[in-house]
Design a protein around this ligand. Sequence first.
Ligand code: BES
Ligand code: ZN
Length: 632
Amino acid sequence: MRLLFLVAALFLSASVTASAQRQSRAAVAPILTGPDARDSQTYARPEIARVTHVALDLNADFAAKRMAGTATLDIQAAAGAQEIILDSKGLEIQAIIGPGGRALPFTIGPEHATRGAPLTVRMGAARRIAIRYRSAPNAEALQWLTPAQTAGGRHPYLLSQGQSILNRSWIPTQDSPGIRQTWEARITAPTPLKVVMSGERLTPNGVAAGPGRRAYRFRMTHPVAPYLIAIAAGDIAFRPLGRRTGVWTEPAMLDRAAAELRDTERMVEAAERLYGPYRWGRYDVIVLPPSFPYGGMENPTLTFLTPTFIAGDRSLVGLVAHELAHSWSGNLVTNATWDDSWLNEGFTSYFENRIMEAVYGRARAAQEASLSWDDMQAALRELGATSPRTRLHDPSDEADGGSSGIVYDKGAIFLRTLERIVGRARFDAWLRSYFDRHAFQPMTSVRFLADLRANLIRGDRALEQRLQLDTWVYQPGLPDNAAQPDPAAFAMVDSAARAFNAGGPASAVPYQDWNWAERVRFIKALPERLPEARLAELDRAFRLSESGNAEVLFVWLRLGIRNRYDAALPATERFLLGMGRRKFVQPLFQALVQQGTWGRPIATRIYERARPGYHPVTTGSVDRIVRGAPAS
Ligand code: BES
Ligand code: ZN
């Protein structure tokens, strides 16, 4: 409680509507005010004035590539507070209206490259303000796709990506994960597009909203971090998967998506058995067009997914387990600042693996955990084990700065280490109660450690010593108690790789019998440098350049580039033109550019063609590599 700052109750003005009164009675999520919870990425000063509820009324204007309309904010403020500071990026503010329709003065401060600009509103005594605005055509959170960029090819498409600090480019609010807000929205779009958002979908088929447009309404009655407000609009259809699960996607994708997602309801059930009830109502997913810049995004009630997870054999559904797990770690208990993003991603990677074990068995989970161990080791090698960037708590002042090998993999291995030392039953009981204790609240490393000590260690000095908690959270490198991966997980694969690397023929490698994890492990076990003849032998034997599994194709193409293997270039180009997932796109361009006179011209040529199809998240990263400059 010492750390909690409970803002004074909101006084309702005469103009407040019935719906707002309903909202204002919902519990307002507390703000943490300790130094460990200070978010360097926001301009907001929530201890003075904070947003509690956002009501959006916006038109999606596909011709202008703008969201335009009104955001009405409910505010709680310290007694006498006259101003509220919001985050904004590229927003064109037309007017800000207070009670009785009075225009309120506001200023927009200097623009920072990633954080955007503070929008300071002189609200006086007003505790509800309506902002009339429109987003810029190049808003970083939004991607406006042409019909040609969709599977159907006939209609445009809109998708958003809020994490980490992009939503301020289309929603004027306090864009900080520690400032939880309830929200509602009314969005209009041209027919026949359907609109979906990351909240309760109140009008599945929309209602007429003037010539050629329909309006869709949504609400989120739990307070959520604002990066979790998400929208997609397009020619999409829905198919149920289970009692509370279903999939949205373009009609042309529906059969393949539903088949791949067949186990989704079972995953939710497995997750609930592990760490308690799923608290968000429905768990639907939307399979987006291939330009979606991430594998997945855990938008509440509606996970966003890349179509590249569709391999035809459900081999890559660990991604779904991951986004589902965020319904607890991330969406329920949320990192208060991005310096602690390991609390979202490390917990989720651990939980993902537990879901995979529960649904698909120990062998598969052990293999995926072993790949994760390798990714962590690669990150430690790349960064250097003494680099401050290998700390879980990383106060580096960047919103997305952390290496995934640290934040995701070292984070998950930390929790696996705790599990092994205290025993699974005891660890699971603690983790479940942790989610309950902190549901709908922000979390920091400091508070996580305090909870662990109060509820798991309980003064056991010997146990405290064995766990090395502070070393894990605050020191670089890998503590010596780290839970090792199962050496049996890839024993067969590793021996086949050794035989091949000693000069054996590809025909002796039982590649066709292997699952995706074994294939990836094998390709990663090949030497960095391979002669063209050996690459050709592998490609011919296993048809690697034609792989329909994006994870396998990615590691193969990267190996090809590192060896200037021309025969894989057509497949590389096809892959880079066919999807915009940053995790694949960025390292492939990086590898090309590293190949100097051979690779740089290839990178430039492919990027010229591919760039218009990529989301701002992806171009933001690749511009730096290929053009040597930040996005313009
Ligand atoms: N929340 C992340 C995506 C994200 C991370 C967006 C950081 C912005 C900044 C999501 O849950 C995620 O981790 N996606 C991974 C999937 C995964 C299985 C590790 C991805 O996109 O590859
Ligand atoms: Zn994640």
